[in-house]
Design a protein around this ligand. Sequence first.
Ligand code: SF4
Ligand code: MG
Length: 328
Amino acid sequence: SVAKHYPVKKGIIVSRQVGAVRAVDGVSFTLHRGETLALVGESGCGKSTTARVVMRLIEPTGGDIIFKGQNVTNVAGAKLRALRRHLQIVFQDPYASLNPRLTVADTIAEPMAVHGIGDAASRKARVQELLRLTGLRAFHADRYPHEFSGGQRQRIGIARALAVEPEVMVLDEPVSALDVSIQAQVVNLLGDLQQRLGLSYLFIAHDLAVVKHVADRVAVMYLGRIVEVAGKRELFSNPRHPYTRALLAAIPRPDPSRRGAVTPLGGDLPSPLNIPPGCRFHTRCPVAQAVCREQDPPLREIAPGHTAACHFAEDLPRFDAEADGGIA
Ligand code: SF4
Ligand code: MG
């Protein structure tokens, strides 16, 4: 039923003013229970801001955050603490995000202490359980973060986030700082944990390569707006926004003979202080028309479950990942 599949609802509309600038402006999405929604875009597009607004680490200046049917936009005090139990975040940098003076056991137990869960003995047992769950070892409990590799530190960060049994995890580029050889291990761990624990993930990434393996749906952001949302298969095979096409074309090919065909997205990301009028992508869009400089295309449904913010979404030719590498 609808209630069964969509209990984490309904949507986050975020409008965050930073000085005179809207870093994020009218971002709206729904995260369903048990799914991974990827939020993808270049650095500076507002995806981390969105993550922090969802976490209520920074305040939205407008819009609503609805969690399981409750408007939690303005909750404070005990209600905010209760909400925070259900929403946990894993940060990008496993070096900066762990307190070097705390042992692994204290690091993982800290959120339980903050939320008043259990006593010292039960927390200790729970730490051992979390170490096992995240592929760490019992004796790691007494070690300090500097004794671990980046991949292991990220496992510690994940164990800490899981300590309070959250329903939603915001993963802010959880593997971007790790060696490529380690990334797949952490991605696989996250997948296993999601299956076992029924977690919902908001997975932030700066490119589409990582997302290809983890996402159920993908939302693409550009300059503080969501420009396209679709199921992963649909997004990769039938992208309807020129920016999504450019991001797809930028994914490195395993076959080096194909690489010559790929031209990365031209032009620089405009400053958020100076957002282009009309379609904010028009300064870099290879198929922009005169209307694009004047009219801001709304995000609209172009097929069931597929939305795009482009005046010409339906008119773009069939996407061919190889041939369209030369876009822009
Ligand atoms: Fe390009 Fe125009 Fe579509 Fe914007 S609205 S993405 S400028 S074609
Ligand atoms: Mg970021």
